[in-house]
Ligand binder design. Structure first.
Ligand SMILES: NC(=O)c1ccc[n+]([C@@H]2O[C@H](COP(=O)([O-])OP(=O)(O)OC[C@H]3O[C@@H](n4cnc5c(N)ncnc54)[C@H](O)[C@@H]3O)[C@@H](O)[C@H]2O)c1
Length: 481
């Protein structure tokens, strides 16, 4: 393990709080331990550190794209990790008739291989955190975790806009899951730090006119009253709305029950492997490339590997925040290491490395791979162009040195896309979820009309026997005029 920091230990350990809770018995609220925020920092470019204390961490959603590599990372740096997942993401693969590009193994196989390569055991519990409240409550009471990392939500904005079933499912699953967790912790009486994966999308994707701070903003209310409030929310999909509702649940449970909560407003995650998933081919992480779950950079890399034009929505002027999957895991390690004190307001970090316009990203991939870039109608209802300036000062102050697109890992992901391209179903890349009926009509019209400019000019010339007027006529026919 390279790069290392010894940090300040908390004044009161979670173990002490656990002991208090144990003495009080399950169901009776223990005094919350007063913690100093630890001052452990990352160091070295690979940013790994040895935690100041070994913790027991339950990872909800530990079979997913972010959850799996994070569970391995936390296990690698010495924490005791337990995974909970209902494998709903794998079930959605069946519903969408699509699969991870990379051949992910069953949970049993993954955990067996991790034990072989690391010597460490990760217990797995298969249940639905949104529906099986009792199982969640009993697990927390039995295991007495120091922290619960909450990834277990339906996370694709397009999927959440696909139709009424998916909208309702996303609300039920995400809001109930988060509420069950908070409620179960209160009922346990334990001092459990919640680390939740939120999204930059809670702030909305319009131009805010200034830097987006980490969660809270100073405002002057009518009458000149100064206040510090949650940054205004502006969700752009049902999925993003659930993350806004999560924020309100956190505010309430922190104020009412003094739960210690960290909400990580994460950017779009790119990449697939991490040093821990690379230890054995059977530990490989999932790689989604379809239009519902594939994040923009992974979709572009897939199109490039297949020799297709990179499809940019509209002008591609949307600016988004990005983070590499390895940094996702490391930031969660840092968040666990630096919990808020009991009684502190909800800690919010912007978990991002950099921001880019989508068309600039497409250009980077086009330059790397020699692919064309093509504009298609945007299936989403969103600003065509936006600026995005985001603060990530808190993570930076802990020594976080993010992986950026320029670090060479882009080539590595390109190789992954290329290696498994035979498993790709290209029909799944073009949009299949639309934000409303009008947008759907515009987008499907686009698909139905043949694009005359895509047809080989020499073929048209051959058919028209070189007559430029006939070539023009053929193009008009192709355009549907
Ligand atoms: N991937 C990104 O780009 C990104 C960006 C910002 C935020 N996030 C957030 O990070 C979290 C994880 O994202 P991901 O990309 O790993 O998604 P994912 O869909 O790959 O993983 C989520 C996991 O949670 C499980 N799950 C869902 N609902 C559950 C339930 N009710 N009970 C038990 N398990 C359940 C799924 O089976 C899946 O394994 C999400 O909350 C997401 O909103 C992700």
């Amino acid at each position: 393990m390279a790069g290392f920091v010894a940090g300040g230990l908390c004044g009161t350990r979670a173990g002490t709080a656990r002991a208090v809770a144990e003495r009080n018995g399950f169901g009776i609220r223990a005094d919350r331990c007063r913690r100093r925020a630890a001052s452990v920092r990352m160091s070295g470019t690979n940013g790994m550190f040895t935690p100041s204390e070994k913790k027991k961490v339950i990872v909800l959603g530990g079979d997913g794209f972010c959850g799996w590599p994070t569970a391995l990372y936390l296990s690698e740096i010495g924490h005791d990790v337990i995974i909970v997942d209902n494998l709903s993401r794998r079930a959605i693969d069946l519903e969408l008739e699509c699969d991870s590009l990379t051949p992910i193994q069953s949970m049993g196989e993954r955990l067996k291989v991790w034990k072989q390569v690391s010597g460490k055991e990760i217990p797995f519990h298969f249940f639905d955190v949104a529906k099986s409240y009792e199982l969640l409550r009993e697990l927390i009471a039995r295991e007495k975790p120091d922290a619960v990392v909450h990834f277990a939500e339906q996370r694709a904005a397009p999927y959440s806009m696909k139709g009424p079933y998916q909208k309702k499912y996303t609300i039920d699953n995400n809001v109930n899951g988060t509420h069950n967790l908070l409620c179960a912790i209160v009922e346990s009486g334990l001092d459990v730090h919640v680390v939740h994966l939120g999204t930059m999308g809670v702030y909305g994707y319009g131009t805010s006119g200034g830097e987006i701070p980490e969660g809270y903003i100073d405002v002057t209310l009518p009458g000149g009253r100064e206040s510090n409030i949650l940054h205004p929310m502006s969700p752009g999909s049902v999925y993003h709305m659930t993350k806004c509702l999560d924020q309100l649940l956190f505010q309430f449970y922190q104020r009412n029950d003094e739960l210690r909560i960290t909400d990580l407003h994460q950017g779009i995650v790119w990449g697939t492997n991490t040093p821990w998933t690379k230890k054995d081919e059977r530990l490989i992480n999932r790689f989604d490339y379809d239009s519902d779950y594939g994040t923009v950079l992974n979709r572009f890399l897939m199109q490039a590997a297949m020799g297709y034009p990179l499809t940019v929505y509209g002008t591609g002027g949307q600016t988004r925040a990005f983070i590499h999957i390895e940094d996702t895991a490391k930031c969660i390690g840092l968040a666990i290491e630096n919990p808020p004190k009991s009684g502190d307001r909800v800690e919010i970090f912007n978990q991002i490395a950099e921001t880019h316009r989508v068309r600039d990203l497409a250009k980077i991939i086009a330059d790397l791979t020699g692919c064309e870039v093509k504009s298609v109608n945007n299936p989403r209802k969103e600003a065509a162009e936006n600026e995005l300036e985001v603060s990530n000062k808190k993570f930076r102050s802990l020594g976080y040195e993010p992986i950026s697109l320029g670090t060479g890992l882009l080539e590595e992901v390109t190789q992954v896309a290329d290696k498994y391209k035979d498993r790709c179903d290209v029909d799944k890349i073009m949009p299949s979820s639309f934000w409303n009926k009008k947008i759907e009509e515009q987008c499907t019209d686009d698909v139905k009309k043949p694009d005359a400019d895509d047809v080989d000019e020499s073929l048209l010339n051959a058919i028209a026997k070189g007559d430029p007027k006939k070539v023009e006529k053929l193009k008009e026919v192709l355009r549907g005029n």
